[in-house]
Design a protein around this ligand. Structure first.
Ligand code: M6R
Length: 606
């Protein structure tokens, strides 16, 4: 889960690499580094910490060169430190790496016996020594073929060479890698986002491929060294969305953008004239599908879980949900008539990609719900449903969660209608409700002041719980995840009805508990569960919807009311105050909201 950039040009590349690394910080930010080739020798500057610190160090050393590689790290092997930061260089080569080399210990032993001296605790350094060793007896291309045969695991590599003045080698197995074409210069990046400010012309390496990039030419090869042809793709440009505007944090901006992103997504999918949902060229007939398997990680998993409730309620399909890292290593019973749906904002999550790859290899029907349409998951699934949210930069996923839920809901009612699981009238009602969703979310954003006044209780408490039943349960999980990842406080999401089977023991006097109870079919049961926690001393923040009927319960600490909508759509409205709760809790604690500790936006390691 690191970011890689490489540039070969006829001018100095240092500041361009720094600019690209800043864009890649969403992939990792515990250490950073850069290496260039200057006057026939490799020079590097590395540091623990972010690109800002790296830039200050660079200003002191005045690193120059027309070919170079840079890296932002999210530590896997070895603590975040200057020594473990990439690039890892010998006199002859310098390497940046994303991923994990699974056989690094064995390779290291062999290399140490040959006299190589290791400086870091990383798995990456074996690659540096291995190429150095092969280059003694082989040319560059054959050395790359040989190291790719030796390395086990999943990785993306960027390499420069002392004796090849304008060459960068890129190699991919498992972790994504893109190349970009510029005027008299070419680029390598762990994704196209890193390259966007320099070019909109890119190609992607497939698994097992490597490339030799020179400033005026790029050659691609398969793992055996046979040349392969590549399509050059043009990236769409939406640079404005990469800006915080008047906001202090991307997260705040992205939460507030939700009414617009919902509107955009609805405009993309809903055919207002025919009152239908446009999902063109769906490759399978709905009668050929009798079950659906939804797969994702983290927040994306929560949107899958949400979709399970909708699919079960509105269609006759069998529905299952899986966490990608579990799915990919279980003994799965692949079903020909199943639709496998992979949900991922970034489209680069290693576990989700691994699960997709497994399904593709078993010839399954694969479909992805992604935000980044140029991503690996989008490219390798048989059908893609974009969420049309625009770039999500904050590490905590907010507008993408809402977008994923929306697209999964649209898919659900479209399938329900084509299978005749719901009538045309019900379908039309649902479309009508969807058209008002953006405005209702706008109203949910107004809960901000109430939230700001209560978040102290959440950050001062030992821990908190988020409870919900049915449609509100996945949202409870998501609310707890947001608070954990941003405010670094323990928070647990739980099905409200399960509390009596153990977790009630955790409730102490004054413990903050969020209860999600919109007036849906679960409402009364959830209110009973709420009373059980209040009776044990919990301070309950009830999130429900506006109604003329009073909530039948005493001693509720705080109540927040969202607007009225159909049962299916309450999850969207109750999500927003929870996002705000996490945001303001982290803000009060003075944490780095867009880059919370130990996380990265795109999790490209297993
Ligand atoms: O890019 P993806 O949607 O595949 O990412 C999956 C998770 O890593 C991601 O949702 C993570 O849980 C977020 N930090 C949550 O805010």
């Amino acid at each position: 889960m690191c970011g890689i950039v490489g540039i070969t040009s006829n001018k100095s590349v240092t500041s361009m690499i720094i600019n690209s690394l800043r864009k890649l910080e969403y992939r990792g930010y515990d250490s950073s580094g850069i290496a260039t080739l200057y006057n026939g020798s490799i020079n590097e500057v590395k540091c623990e910490g972010r690109v800002d610190t790296l830039e200050k160090n660079l200003n002191k050393t005045k690193l120059s060169g027309n070919v170079g590689i840079g890296h932002v790290r999210w530590a896997t092997h070895g603590i975040p430190s200057t020594l473990n930061a990439h690039p890892h260089s010998s006199e002859n080569v310098s390497v940046v790496h994303n991923g994990i080399i699974e056989n690094s210990t064995i390779l290291k032993k062999i290399l140490v016996k040959k006299g190589h001296v290791f400086k870091s605790q990383t798995d990456t350094e074996v690659i540096t020594h291995l190429i150095t060793e092969y280059l003694k007896k082989n040319d560059l291309k054959n050395s790359i073929i040989k190291i790719l045969q030796d390395l086990k695991g999943s990785f993306a590599l960027g390499i420069i060479f002392k004796d090849q003045p304008d060459v960068i080698v890129g190699a991919r197995r498992g972790s994504p890698l893109a190349v970009g074409y510029g005027p008299k210069e070419n680029y390598l990046g762990s994704d196209s986002y890193a390259l966007k400010s320099m070019t909109n012309k890119v190609s992607y390496l497939n698994d097992g491929e490597f490339c030799i990039i020179k400033k005026d030419n790029i050659d691609f090869f398969d793992e055996k060294g046979k040349k392969v042809n590549k399509k050059i793709l043009e990236l769409s440009s939406n640079e404005n969305n990469y800006d915080k505007g008047e906001y202090k944090h991307f997260m705040a901006k992205e939460i507030d953008e939700q009414p617009i992103t919902i509107k955009n997504c609805i405009n993309e999918y809903i055919d207002k004239i025919n009152n239908d949902i446009n999902i063109f060229n769906f490759p399978w007939k709905s009668d050929d599908i009798s079950s659906i398997v939804l797969i994702g990680c983290g927040t994306a998993y929560h949107s899958c879980l949400m979709a399970k409730y909708w699919f079960e309620q509105l269609t006759s399909l069998d529905v299952s949900v899986d966490i990608a890292s579990e799915f990919r290593y279980r003994k799965n019973r692949f079903k020909k008539d199943a639709l496998y749906v992979f949900v991922s904002q970034s489209g680069e999550t290693a576990d989700t990609y691994g699960a997709l790859d497994l399904c593709n290899k078993n010839n399954m029907k694969t479909c992805s719900v992604v935000n980044v349409v140029e991503s690996s998951i989008a490219r390798d699934s048989k059908f893609v449903l974009p969420i049309h949210c625009g770039p999500e930069i904050g590490v905590a996923s907010t507008k993408a969660f809402i977008g994923q839920m929306l697209v999964l809901y649209l898919l659900c009612i479209k399938i329900a209608k084509s299978r005749k699981d719901i009538s045309k009238d019900i379908f039309s009602e649902k479309i009508k409700s969807l058209k008002s969703l953006s405005g209702l979310i706008k109203e949910s954003l107004k809960t901000e002041n109430e939230i700001q006044s209560i978040c102290n209780s959440f950050i001062e408490a030992k821990g908190s719980m988020f409870l919900g039943r049915g449609y509100s349960f996945p949202i409870a999980l998501e609310g707890a995840l947001k608070l954990k990842e941003l405010a670094y406080v323990h928070a647990e999401g739980y099905p409200a009805g399960e509390m009596k089977h153990g977790p009630l023991a955790l409730i102490e006097d004054g413990m903050p508990v969020v209860v999600l109870a919109p007036r849906d079919k679960y409402y009364k049961k959830t209110i009973s569960n709420m009373q059980e926690v209040i009776a044990r001393g919990a301070k309950v923040l009830l999130i429900t919807n506006k109604s003329k009927d009073e909530v039948y319960s005493e001693n509720i600490w705080q109540t927040i009311e969202v607007e009225n909508t159909s049962e299916d759509l309450f999850p969207f409205l109750v999500t927003v105050p929870l996002q705000k709760l996490a945001y303001y809790s982290a803000l009060k604690k003075g944490y780095d909201i867009d880059k919370p500790r130990n996380l990265a936006k795109s999790v490209t390691v297993e």
